[in-house]
Design a protein. Structure first.
Length: 195
């Protein structure tokens, strides 16, 4: 029962997280998760060819170039720093773009054409030879709220994708310790009964 709790604690949450971190001499951003579109307003379909970042407008775009669907109806910060437009060196995966501050009072979200609520979002962008400072990014966590979900931008303080958070490590260690303790008790009980 306890072991099930340990593994269930990381249950999927319908939300998108974007981690932007310094990796060696480059900046790498990963977007992952899923969104519930309930309560967002569909605007239009069109071409999204801006794959990069503009911190002073809170714009981030990633994914394979192509057509996207635009939505409105979320709220959150309108800036992540002082930096202007910097296109990414490379970008691939699911189209995901957030434009929170370019036009005051208008926050747009761009997704794959025909995106279905709960579908996977997974993409990566790289800025070769850049740093968080050269991109004008302010380290921190920026949270956006939709009527049914959240989008979290983690700049420079995030944990790389696929690496458990410290709380997850602690829960796993407690779980493994409990399993080890139970196995040891069983071995001692068996040894005492056979004497």
């Amino acid at each position: 029962m306890f072991l099930g709790t340990v593994f269930a604690s990381g249950a999927a949450d319908a939300a998108v997280t974007v981690n932007i971190n310094q990796v060696g001499s480059d900046v790498i951003a990963t977007a992952s998760g899923s969104l519930d579109l309930t309560g967002l307003t569909f605007l239009t379909s069109g071409v999204l060819d801006d794959y990069g970042i503009t911190p002073n407008w809170a714009f981030f775009g990633t994914g394979d170039p192509g057509t996207s669907d635009a939505y409105q109806g979320y709220t959150g910060p309108t800036s992540w720093g002082s930096g202007g437009w910097t296109p990414s060196s490379s970008s691939s995966g699911t189209i995901f773009a957030l434009n929170a501050g370019e036009v005051p009072g208008t926050q747009n979200l761009f997704l794959q054409p025909g995106y279905v609520s709960g579908s996977s979002i997974s993409s990566t962008s790289t800025w070769l030879g850049q740093s968080l400072a050269s991109l004008g990014l302010a380290t921190g966590t920026y949270v956006y709220t939709t009527p049914s979900d959240t989008i979290t931008m983690i700049v420079g303080t995030g944990i790389a994708a696929g690496v458990p958070e410290p709380a997850s490590w602690a829960m796993m260690l407690v779980g493994f310790g409990a399993i080890g303790w139970t196995m040891r008790r069983r071995q001692l009980g068996t040894a005492l009964r056979s004497v």
